[in-house]
Design a protein around this ligand. Structure first.
Ligand code: 2BA
Length: 144
């Protein structure tokens, strides 16, 4: 029986699976929080990458991070959206890989993370690998 462990798929390149940067919704460290909330709502995604001015990955921000930061004792204090920047509420924890690394690592990271940020040699942001594209490749592989 075909197994994932001895399958060539684990050594595959990830390049063809990457959602390229221009298609990825993202925000920057210095963006105000109301802008980040707008991007998250408009894109429909739960969480998106945070980049710095040099286009390097610094973390991720989610709707939950934002709501948590404006949660008052009795109500959601929408006016506080103007008081914070993305860097004040984001999480610096985000999985990342180099674009030349293999599918095996992407598969391992995707167990705990819905997306993995992909970086170039100079650590600039290239795009993301989504759990969807990882599962789709495995499905195609076992359908053969
Ligand atoms: P979530 O936003 O929690 O989305 C979970 C899954 O729901 C996605 O899985 C996708 O299958 C579906 N989905 C959500 N919003 C969608 C939309 N606007 N259009 C199409 N499908 C949508 P994945 O595709 O594996 O994505 C995993 C995670 O990667 C997403 O989690 C999101 O955090 C991030 N992501 C995916 N594509 C992105 C993009 N173009 N820009 C920014 N972040 C993205």
């Amino acid at each position: 029986m075909q197994t994932l462990k001895n399958s060539q798929i684990m050594d595959n390149e990830i390049k063809q699976l990457i959602v390229s940067d221009e298609k990825v919704a993202h925000v920057q460290l210095e963006n105000p929080l109301d802008h980040a909330l707008l991007i998250l709502i408009k894109s429909g995604y739960t969480a998106i990458p945070v980049l710095d001015k040099s286009y390097r990955v610094q973390g991720q921000i989610s709707k939950a991070h934002i709501l948590d930061s404006i949660l008052g004792i009795e109500r959601i204090e929408m006016e506080r959206l103007h008081d914070y920047k993305v860097k004040d509420v984001m999480s610096p924890k985000v999985p990342r890989m180099h674009k030349d690394e293999t599918f095996g690592k992407a598969l391992m990271l995707s167990i705990n993370h819905p997306f993995v940020c992909i970086e170039d040699h100079d650590h600039s942001f290239v795009g993301i690998l989504t759990r969807r594209s990882i599962l789709a490749l495995i499905h195609r592989h076992f359908e053969k």
